[in-house]
Design a protein around this ligand. Structure first.
Ligand SMILES: Nc1ncnc2c1ncn2[C@@H]1O[C@H](COP(=O)(O)OP(=O)(O)O)[C@@H](O)[C@H]1O
Ligand SMILES: N[C@@H](CCOP(=O)(O)O)C(=O)O
Length: 319
């Protein structure tokens, strides 16, 4: 729904000369963003996406943009950031940080079938492996520390049943995060928000992952759990769809085999991934940011998923 910082084609002259993109031909605001101002940009060299970052700073952005660059360089399907003539991926436009990345073909697949889940699983595993030598590090900023910080801010708004669930799950996750199995899990840069709306498909062909702005270093299994909790469920109940789960996990496993520790950690990790988004949705719902222009996502969706993951064991990682 939003372009927060308007930009016209005129504004890009001569700004765009620092990029190897030729002359700008067309610029169109993208309505669906909620964090940043995004534009489809056509130049003499092709189709790109121009983003003006409304919240992230020049200091915070290199982790995300350089990660995308690193992954694109290694053949993972993600938007490739375009460097300017100084080799910079982030430059100022209208006084804010901005970047240009390649445009992915296709559109989001909001009614995924097993074939789509398999493509996402395989690309996710390739992404994890391709990032092992990524030199920058940043923790997952929406990890356990953030959950601990956020819980007291949302508890006062919850009824007894939800407050009990949140306290009990935090307790459970604190214990899980220090157990031996958890310590053995493989870690690295993860996307951490790989929902249906952050992947493009052209028919059944996956064309790319995008929106890396929740990325950070965390366990690979957390990334898998976040992804399964969105792609492989019935949206009205949160119940896992066995065929889609199997397709995604088998495809991931074929590229990067799951370990025994991951197998043991799978059920608690699915709960962790549900808790993470229940908390952020609760926070956005009850403590909306000033100037927030969108109706917050429904927190009860992830409350349902969390209750369901606690009640019903998910299919195992290895079929
Ligand atoms: N590299 C890209 N290629 C194609 N479309 C993109 C790309 N980046 C963003 N988009 C489009 O812009 C929309 C908003 O992007 P998103 O990253 O979700 O914005 P925000 O971070 O502001 O929420 C996406 O839904 C998608 O349609
Ligand atoms: N996927 C999260 C919210 C993050 O929004 P995005 O559009 O940037 O992916 C949720 O559904 O709560």
């Amino acid at each position: 729904m939003a372009v927060f910082t308007p930009v016209s084609l005129n504004d890009l002259t001569p700004w765009i000369d620092q990029f190897p993109l030729g002359q700008p031909l067309a610029l169109k605001g993208i309505a669906s963003g909620i964090e940043n101002s995004n534009f489809f940009l056509t130049t003499e060299r092709g189709e790109f996406v121009l983003t003006i970052f409304e919240n992230l700073s020049f200091e915070q952005l290199p982790f995300y943009l350089k990660l995308m660059h690193h992954l694109a360089d290694r053949g993972v399907l993600v938007p490739a950031p375009i460097a300017n003539d100084q080799g910079e991926l982030i430059v100022a436009l209208h006084g804010k940080p901005a970047s240009i990345v390649t445009k992915l073909d296709g559109k989001s697949q909001m009614d995924p079938q097993p074939v789509h889940c398999a493509a996402v699983g395989a690309m996710l595993a390739r992404m994890h492996l391709a990032a092992v030598d990524y030199p920058l590090a940043q923790p997952n900023l929406r990890g356990l520390d953030w959950w601990n910080e956020t819980t007291p801010h949302v508890l006062p708004f919850l009824d007894d049943s939800c407050a009990h669930l949140l306290r009990a799950e935090m307790h459970f996750q604190e214990a899980f995060a220090v157990c031996d199995t958890y310590r053995q899990l493989q870690r690295g840069p993860v996307h951490a928000d790989l929902f249906r709306n952050n992947v493009m498909f052209d028919g059944e062909r996956l064309t790319g992952f995008f929106d890396f702005y929740f990325a950070g270093c965390d366990t690979w299994l957390f990334d898998v759990a976040v992804t399964v909790n969105d792609w492989c469920i019935a949206l009205d109940t949160g119940v896992l769809d066995a065929a889609r789960v199997r397709a995604m996990l088998d495809a991931y496993h074929a590229v990067r085999p799951f370990t025994d520790a991951e197998q043991t950690a799978w059920q608690p990790m699915l709960r962790a991934a549900a808790l993470r988004f229940w908390l952020s949705r609760l926070y956005d719902f009850h403590q909306p940011r000033e100037a927030e222009m969108l109706t917050p996502h429904d927190p009860t969706h992830f409350e349902r998923i969390l209750r369901e993951r606690i009640a019903t064991p998910a299919p195992g990682l290895r079929g």
